[in-house]
Write a protein that binds this ligand. Structure first.
Ligand SMILES: [Zn+2]
Length: 411
């Protein structure tokens, strides 16, 4: 095979192979490339200015995509230019996106593989160290992020995620319309969200925000009220229902501890059943719940209350929604269900943000879905030390809607 045939197969625009070396034992292919005759314009990697003359020339070796079974290295001549703005600076070469010893298309192949498999699996596939794969993936995502269009933020979601003992909580800001996370902040204080508004948005961008879907968490709502004047706060249905789940769990536990003995056996292991919606249970599970209800009316009442609360969000008119909530609260009278009374009080306290759903429709569940994606990533990646990497990963996941391939471990 002649060098111009190697040039054709390599397919690096503007470059030709002038020397090659094949090692049949080690299964490696080494290709030396330099600029083609017509490709003489040098571009400063600092400012993009064009130059005709080079300052000097060096060789760089990068790993490229394999040729069949052969691991391929490309040794490339790279020039430096004498730029009046940047000083002596290396030229810009499209196939060399970073200082790391990999070609752009090699990094892209690794990044793409990382979209659907864990770092460990990709590391094994490419025979790289896991840390190298992570670094390549991060650069791949940064390049992707740098070139994409940023949509305006009109409806935002704010939520928190628990990252474990060390990191504790992070605050997640998302765009409800594009269904992707926008920003992560350490902790979940008012100052945390303040930082988002201050560093990520300009004043006119803050003014454009129309709605925020949040939990009933005072530090967040305080921050939103302060920074985004035109923004309506809407309490997320999922979060409110989570509070209802917490209430029913408290009722269950109170009944469990008070009764002891026989009741203990009946209530035991029913936690999950009580937290699951009736429509999602099969007939056998429903029977189990009915048996439980026959023994304990209080738990039944609590379950019905939890079930009926969800209907609140089927109303489109403020008055109707308010009336429904009032009738729901009326049912609590004489029930002595302490946790639900507390919940009712909480709902009344936050009534405006609940009714706001009638004024501005926001897609519920987006915040939850983003949350779920981040948790999947965390499980897969075994902890992210770099929050910026985690954010890019979650954004890419939202855009490509990738599902992780679950590969079974070899026995
Ligand atoms: Zn320059």
């Amino acid at each position: 095979m002649r060098d111009n045939e190697f040039t054709k197969i390599l397919g690096w625009p503007g470059y030709r192979v002038y020397r090659h070396e094949i090692d049949e034992v080690a299964k490696t292919l080494r290709l030396w490339v330099r600029r083609k005759r017509g490709n003489r314009k040098l571009i400063c990697s600092g400012c993009g200015r064009k130059f005709a003359d080079a300052h000097d020339c060096n060789e760089r070796e990068v790993r490229d995509l394999p040729w069949g079974e052969y691991r391929t290295a490309v040794i490339i001549e790279v020039y430096r230019v004498c730029c009046p703005q940047c000083g002596v600076k290396v030229e810009k070469v499209p196939q060399l996106p970073s200082k790391a010893p990999f070609s752009k298309r090699f990094e892209e192949a690794v990044g793409l593989a990382c979209e659907s498999a864990s770092v460990r699996q990709v590391a094994r596939q490419f025979r790289l160290a896991a840390s190298t794969v992570r670094a390549i993936d991060l650069r791949y995502l940064q390049r992707w992020s740098a070139t994409r269009r940023k949509d305006p933020l009109i409806q935002m979601g704010v939520d928190e995620i628990y990252l474990g003992k060390k990191m504790k909580f992070i605050t997640v800001v998302s765009n409800l319309e594009t269904r992707e996370p926008l920003w992560f902040g350490v902790d979940r204080k008012q100052e945390t969200l303040d930082e988002f508004f201050r560093t990520q948005l300009k004043e006119n961008q803050r003014e454009r925000i129309e709605a925020a879907c949040v939990d009933m968490w005072r530090p967040f709502t305080n921050s939103i009220e302060q920074w985004a004047q035109n923004c309506r706060i809407i309490y997320d249905k999922f979060h409110i229902l989570q509070h209802a789940n917490k209430a029913i769990d408290e009722v269950r536990r109170a009944e469990f501890f008070r009764k002891g003995g026989r009741m203990r056996g009946v209530v035991k292991g029913k936690r999950w059943l009580l937290l699951t919606r009736w429509m999602n249970l099969n007939s056998q599970k429903r029977q189990q719940l009915n048996d439980l209800f026959a023994l304990n009316r209080r738990v039944m009442k609590a379950y019905l209350l939890k079930e009926s609360l969800e209907r609140l969000w089927t109303y489109h008119y403020e008055g109707a929604m308010r009336r429904y909530l009032q009738s729901w609260i009326d049912q609590l009278r004489w029930q002595r269900l302490e946790p639900f009374q507390k919940l009712a009080y909480m709902l009344l306290e936050h009534l405006d943000g609940i009714l706001n759903y009638c004024r501005t429709k926001v897609p519920f569940g987006v915040v939850e879905a983003i949350n779920g994606n981040i948790k999947t990533l965390l499980r897969r990646g075994r902890g992210y030390k770099n929050l910026g990497y985690l954010l890019l990963k979650a954004q890419r996941m939202a855009v490509t809607k990738t599902e992780f391939i679950v590969l079974q471990k070899a026995a």
